[in-house]
Design a protein around this ligand. Structure first.
Ligand code: SAM
Length: 257
C-alpha cells in the first residue's frame, strides 16, 4: 500500500523482521487467547499475530488503514474497532487475555492511564513505547526516572523492559529510541489504597516539584507528624519514597479525615 505515514497519528511502522519476531515471541500468543491489538497500522504485528490466533481484535483510528486491513488475506480473523483507543471501552470485549501494540507515542501516557482502569479485566500487556517512558514505568526509588508514572502504574502492574529497539527498525524512523515493556496485572503488590482518588492526589502533589522535600510538596495535605507516622522522613525527596509508603501515607490520611 502506498500510505504516507501520518504524524498526527504517531505512525512509525515496524519493518525489522528480527524485532517483529522477538515481540511475537515475548507475547507468546496461544490460539484461544482473546487478544486486542492497539494501532495495527499496516499489519507488521497483526499478520504474525493472526497467524497464531483463532481471532484478533484490533483498534485503529485511521480510516485509510482500516480499508487496507479489510482487504488483507488475514482480515477474516479480525474484528476491527474503528475509532480512538482513548475512548474505547475495553469492558465490551469479554475475557481479554492480552493487549498488545506498537503504540502511538503522542498519546502513550493518557493511554496507559486509560488502560489502568481496566486492569482487573486484563491479564497482561506488551507495548512498544518510547524507551524513556518504559524506563519511567519500570523505575524503582532513588532512580532518576522514578516518579508519578512509576508509582501509579506499579500500583496495578508488575513491569519489565523486554527488548530495546533502535529507530532504524521503523519507517519512518522516530527521533527517539524505543523499547518493549511487559505489564502483568498484579493489584495489591504495593498495598491497597482505601481511596484511590486520594492516593492519586498524594502522588500528583508529591511529585509536583521533584527537587523539593516531601514536607514542602505535601503542604496542606500532610504534616510532618503524618509523614513520620508511616516512616517517611519529612526532609527526603519524593524520589526516595517507596510505592508502599505512598499507599500507606494515603491510607493513614484517609483514616484521619
Ligand atoms: N502496529 C503498526 C506497526 O507496528 O507497524 C503501527 C504502529 S504506529 C506506531 C501506531 C498506530 O496506531 C497507527 O496505525 C495509528 O494510525 C494508530 N493510532 C494512532 N492514534 C490512535 C488512536 N487514538 N486510536 C487508535 N489507533 C491510533
Amino acid at each position: 500500500m502506498n500510505h504516507t505515514a501520518r504524524k498526527r497519528f504517531g505512525q512509525n511502522f515496524l519493518h525489522d523482521m528480527h524485532i517483529i519476531h522477538a515481540i511475537i515471541q515475548a507475547i507468546n500468543p496461544q490460539p484461544d487467547d482473546i487478544v486486542v491489538e492497539i494501532g495495527p497500522g499496516l499489519g507488521a504485528l497483526t499478520k504474525p499475530l493472526s497467524g497464531c490466533l483463532k481471532h484478533l481484535h484490533v483498534i485503529e483510528i485511521d480510516r485509510d488503514i482500516i480499508e487496507y486491513l479489510q482487504n488483507q488475506p488475514f482480515a477474516d480473523k479480525l474484528t476491527i474497532h474503528s475509532g480512538d483507543v482513548l475512548k474505547f471501552d475495553f469492558a465490551q470485549i469479554r475475557g481479554i487475555k492480552k493487549i498488545v501494540g506498537n503504540l502511538p507515542y503522542n498519546i502513550s501516557t493518557p493511554l496507559l492511564f486509560h488502560l489502568a482502569h481496566y486492569a482487573n479485566e486484563i491479564s497482561e500487556m506488551h507495548f512498544m513505547l518510547q524507551k524513556e517512558v518504559v524506563e519511567r514505568m519500570c523505575a524503582t526509588p532513588s532512580n532518576k526516572h522514578y516518579g508519578r508514572l512509576s508509582v501509579a502504574l506499579q500500583y496495578f502492574f508488575a513491569m519489565e523492559k523486554m527488548i530495546d529497539v533502535p529507530p532504524a527498525a521503523f519507517e519512518p524512523a522516530p527521533k527517539v529510541d524505543s523499547a518493549v515493556v511487559r505489564m502483568i496485572t498484579d493489584i495489591g503488590r504495593i498495598g491497597v489504597a482505601h481511596n484511590f482518588n486520594h492516593f492519586s492526589q498524594v502522588l500528583t502533589q508529591s511529585f509536583a516539584m521533584r527537587r523539593k522535600t516531601i514536607h514542602n510538596n505535601l503542604k496542606g495535605l500532610a504534616d510532618d507528624d503524618d509523614l513520620l507516622a508511616v516512616g517517611i522522613s519529612p526532609s527526603c525527596r519524593p524520589e526516595n519514597i517507596t510505592p508502599e509508603q505512598f499507599v500507606a501515607l494515603s491510607n493513614y490520611l484517609v483514616e484521619k479525615i
